[in-house]
Ligand binder design. Sequence first.
Ligand code: NAD
Length: 480
Amino acid sequence: MEKLKNFIGGAFIDPVRGNYIDNYEPATGKVYCEIPNSDEEDVILAVKAAEEAYPVWSGMSNEERSKILVRLSEGIEARMDEFVRAESRDNGKPLALAAHVDIPRAVSNFHFFATAIIHFASEAHPMTGVGVNYTLRKPLGIVGCISPWNLPLYLFSWKIAPALAAGNCVIAKPSEVTPYTAYLLGQVANEAGMPPGVLNILHGEGGAAGDAIVKHPKIKAISFTGGTKTGEYIARTAAPMFKKLSLELGGKNPNIIFDDCDFKEMMSTTLRSSFANQGQICLCGSRIFVQKGIYEKFKEEFVRKVDATVVSNPEDPNAKLGAMVSKPHLDKVLSYIELAKEEGGTVLTGGTKVELPTPYDGGYYLRPTVIEGLSFDCRTNQEEIFGPVVTITPFETEEEVLMMANSTQYGLSATIWTSDLQRAHRMADKVDAGIVWINAWLVRDLRTPFGGVKSSGVGREGGWEALRFFTEPKNVFIKY
Ligand code: NAD
């Protein structure tokens, strides 16, 4: 069976203690490779390699680093099919989704920050008759990037690209549930001429390899995307060490639909915003609030269309949904469906596993699920489920829906459907979210600030925000 290796100092090496964990294929439920179960020994090696590489990498001009990162982006593009297949196999998502979203976006992430860095500039603050201040923005040194399993290479590269562009050396850990494309990325880094030790990729569990990255004193910043509980733990550990922290955490996003919306467009987008990637996108709208005038019409058409959605193996070109990422995650989502019933909810469609023929009979397939009849403040409507499960709730007024929308601990994104311009602005202003889409969902411009409020995180990624996070400002004053 294939054994993945860590990528340290430009070489592919076994974990120091020789421990491995199984990697499952969600489509079949079978183990298909093993990955290093790294720990602090491997982090120590990676930090040593990064320390050696740092003077070279940070000493390069922005243009030189940019060229290497452009080659990295092109290197992924050149191996598109291989990356797409690997991502789909590792995660369970339909091949088409990996081909249209995940891997093209990883290509764009590297290209975007490779070119952004050549336009990145800093401020000057002249004081008339006194002197001038100018602000230098220096790389931090060695930084840690830790990412989740839902959009594996997409989110991994979203952190690594700005960190590298800004001149940092990186110790990165993909999710142990979806390590494969990160493993391939190490190969592309070498092909692109990345100096050894600039990018180091460690595999393994969060509690061991991830924790050791967070705790290593020479790692100056942690950029983390994952669950809110893990984020809390990382903040508790890293804050006393005065590390810079960027935390992109969980969500329970409202999708607010007013009577006056463009019904057709809202319907087709809401099907995607509810169930894309098996509902495993932090930006999916899992709480759907529908104004009373169109509630019944919405319910009838939505349930009919969800019921007709094809759940199949990721290679099936008809599959709209593939497999859930893992057995534990499937079980967690199923337990929330049970909870919803206990809380008085009615399952309008879905709620059960999908059994497929061999070789997919051991895979983790769940029918997209729509639940109604729950109060806005029950656990099902307050806790993140992160699967193909949505609730629908009627409302009458703006005030009422805002109160329900803002009632959770989360505040990542919100979607609002209305043709009333003033209402759109009013709602966007008042909803607790770092990202608001009006009459749209998941339209992304990589220059915009990305992140959440409340328990959805601290800090912002994207554009200049990311380059500022991965640099330290130093003010210099010169007297006239
Ligand atoms: P997770 O928190 O379990 O794991 C995320 C990463 O952190 C993994 O690489 C894991 O190995 C590592 N990790 C776990 N424990 C750690 C520890 N103690 N120290 C250091 N690292 C540790 O999350 P997950 O289940 O992989 O991902 C799903 C979660 O991610 C959901 O809550 C989802 O909302 C969130 N998410 C957020 C965003 C966003 O942009 N806000 C994007 C995608 C996913």
